[in-house]
Design a protein around this ligand. Structure first.
Ligand SMILES: *Cc1c(COP(=O)(O)O)cnc(C)c1O
Length: 400
């Protein structure tokens, strides 16, 4: 029997069973649904994309997987070359893993070991953001700030190695003043905090963060597992402000297979590159660089580059702003929009009870959480389909 994610199994309602998926649509036995969640924000090209499916099939005919311990292969070589060219600046050194959580773990390990390798053994602390989400493994829970994990706090108490601050420049400056000599990194979801409630903040915070990191010799890590590949209306937020380490996941493979990558810049890579074997990065997920995942990721990036995806995302944002123009309701606290993300935050989570079934009846799959009703659609969505998603969201409040 299946133990489902984030569910109280005793009271959980039966999940919808999907029998087919194509383009932006999920199919159950009796309903056709626009996937407004893109399967946890990953299926940016829609389901069953012929180019991506073909890439997997072709690679499966060669080999599905060989380990990267002592071996290498074309799909992983080509993808790492592609990423180095596609990503800004000198973010050139790709460490692959099987999920976003693990890739964030790797980034934190990199930041810590970078300083241990230099003998700066006092730099054991991570500066992170309030409402952050970086994954479900233990260290990512610790650097995250999610009430759902408070059982861990109850068990172990607050970690002395992590400080959380709000996304305000004054708080940022104060934290650097207080902790700079102990920090190895500042870790952020840049511009858009996803699972923490689709919270959006200004790029000026990141610019100041970069300055302070430079001033105090602290590494800057962008967790772009959710924001990467266009979600914020930028290809990567790293195009606006350069991090030292960039983490990508979710949309990396177009949602076909779980895979992620931690990309370091030259400075970080140099911190490991010497004759001392104990300075090696001690990590190696069994399925890192999986050939099926790398083949499909390569094609996904090519589609993104060659088929005007940034224009598609700009259109999604423009249509969303147009449709949400003038819409309000006393139960709504705020409507936030950025790139391919829209979120209606309500005052009382009760307001969203029953929304999923309502959306289902109206041909949309949605999964609101807490006080957040959001859409992160596949970028290939047509205008009429996007309008349908947004109309259903509004109809929940207006009743029309
Ligand atoms: C989803 C997510 C993760 C975790 O990725 P998994 O593949 O689920 O482990 C990490 N960081 C951010 C910002 C995410 O949205």
């Amino acid at each position: 029997m299946i133990w489902y994610p984030y569910e109280q199994m005793k009271t959980m309602k039966a999940p919808y069973k999907i029998v087919d998926a194509n383009g932006v649509y999920l199919y159950t036995e009796d309903q056709k649904l626009i996937d407004s969640v893109s399967s946890w924000w990953s299926v940016i090209h829609g389901y069953k994309h012929p180019v991506l499916t073909e890439a997997i099939k072709e690679q499966a005919d060669q080999f599905a997987h060989v380990m990267l311990g002592g071996l290498t292969h074309d799909p992983v070589l080509k993808l790492s070359e592609k990423l180095a060219a596609f990503l800004p600046g000198d973010l050139d050194y790709c460490f692959f893993s099987d999920s976003g959580s693990v890739a964030v773990e790797v980034s934190l390990k990199m930041a810590l070991q970078y300083y241990m390798n230099r003998g700066e053994t006092q730099r054991t602390m991570v500066l992170a953001l309030e409402h952050a989400y970086h994954g479900d493994t233990f260290k990512t829970m610790e650097v995250g700030d999610d009430e759902d994990y408070h059982f861990v706090l109850n068990a172990y108490g607050k970690s002395p190695h992590v400080v959380h601050i709000p996304t305000q420049i004054a708080a940022l400056e104060k934290a650097f003043e207080t902790y700079h000599s102990k920090l190895n990194c500042l870790l952020v979801e840049p511009l858009l905090q996803g699972a923490g409630g689709m919270r959006m903040y200004d790029v000026s915070f990141l610019k100041r963060a970069r300055e302070l990191c430079d001033q105090y010799g602290v590494l800057l890590i962008f967790d772009e597992v959710a924001t990467g590949f266009g979600r914020t209306g930028n290809r990567f937020v790293a195009d606006l402000v350069a991090p030292d380490i960039l983490v990508l996941g979710k949309a990396l493979t177009g949602g076909y297979i779980g895979h992620a990558v931690t990309v370091a810049n030259h400075r970080v890579y140099e911190g490991f590159y010497d004759d001392n074997p104990t300075h090696a990065l001690m990590h190696g997920p069994t399925f890192m660089g999986n050939a099926l995942a790398c083949s499909v990721a390569l094609k996904s990036i090519e589609l993104f580059e060659n088929e005007h995806y940034m224009t598609k995302i700009q259109n999604i944002e423009a249509i969303t702003r147009r449709e949400m123009q003038g819409f309000s309701d006393p139960r709504i606290k705020e409507i936030r929009m950025m790139g391919g993300c829209v979120c209606i935050e309500v005052h009382d989570p009760e307001t969203l009870k029953g929304y999923q079934a309502f959306a289902y009846e109206n041909g949309v799959f949605s999964r609101p959480f807490l006080s957040y009703l959001y859409a992160m659609v596949p970028y290939v969505i047509e205008e009429a389909e996007l309008v349908q998603v947004l109309t259903v969201m509004k109809k929940w409040f207006t009743g029309k």
